[in-house]
Design a protein around this ligand. Structure first.
Ligand code: PRP
Length: 185
């Protein structure tokens, strides 16, 4: 059986999410708008907002994958909330190149929110192409491929209960290589 290297198990994830929720709850007044980037941030968003102790609304965006080389990102689905005058937090599962977050921060800034910041579960700075200011980070990791808790390989593993570093060669040979270890433990 192939075993991934667990970076955050269920207990550690709970602690990270609780810390971020406490930070956000202390930083913002009531009425923060949490805008999650589909699809990877869904498990994180769901746990994060339930751990927060202030009123929060949720919204979602869906973005096209950026084109390699140009870094062009565009909306497939925009948020429906009017962000003008609101306290807005973008919720990401991971910040890599920073292109997705930089695009969203730029787009949302033009909508005149009262405040705008970025909260990510995972920060992988080794892959950064554009600088991005991250307000709240769950865990900074080295340049390793990660799956679980929203993070996928070809759509798989998003519903695994932990975040784990996986071997891309192993996954390329067998995309289901970590199913037994992550779901049958
Ligand atoms: C991932 C992740 C972020 C983005 C970060 O999304 O969820 O949105 O990439 O990468 P960047 O910093 O290099 O822009 P992905 O396009 O894989 O879609 P998914 O969430 O549906 O898996």
């Amino acid at each position: 059986m192939e075993h991934p290297d667990v970076l955050l198990d269920e207990v550690e994830l709970r602690a990270v999410v609780d810390r971020l929720a406490a930070e956000l709850s202390a930083e913002y007044d009531d009425g923060v708008v949490m805008v999650a980037v589909l699809r990877g941030s869904v498990p994180f968003l769901a746990d994060l907002v339930r751990a927060m102790t202030i009123r929060a609304t949720v919204d979602f965006v869906s973005l096209s994958p950026y084109t390699p080389g140009t870094g062009r990102v565009r909306f497939v689905m925009d948020a429906s909330t009017n962000l003008e005058g609101r306290q807005v937090v973008i919720v990401e599962d991971i910040v890599d190149t920073g292109l997705t977050s930089a695009f969203l921060l730029g787009e949302f800034a033009r909508r005149s929110p009262a405040t705008l910041s970025l909260c990510t579960l995972i920060d992988r700075p080794a892959r950064r192409v554009v600088p991005v200011e991250i307000g709240h980070t769950g865990l900074q990791i080295e340049d390793r491929f990660v799956i679980g808790y929203g993070l996928d390989f070809e759509g798989r593993y998003r519903n695994a209960k932990c975040v784990a570093a996986a071997d891309l060669d192993v996954l390329s040979a067998d995309p289901d290589a970590y199913v037994e270890a992550l779901y049958c433990a």
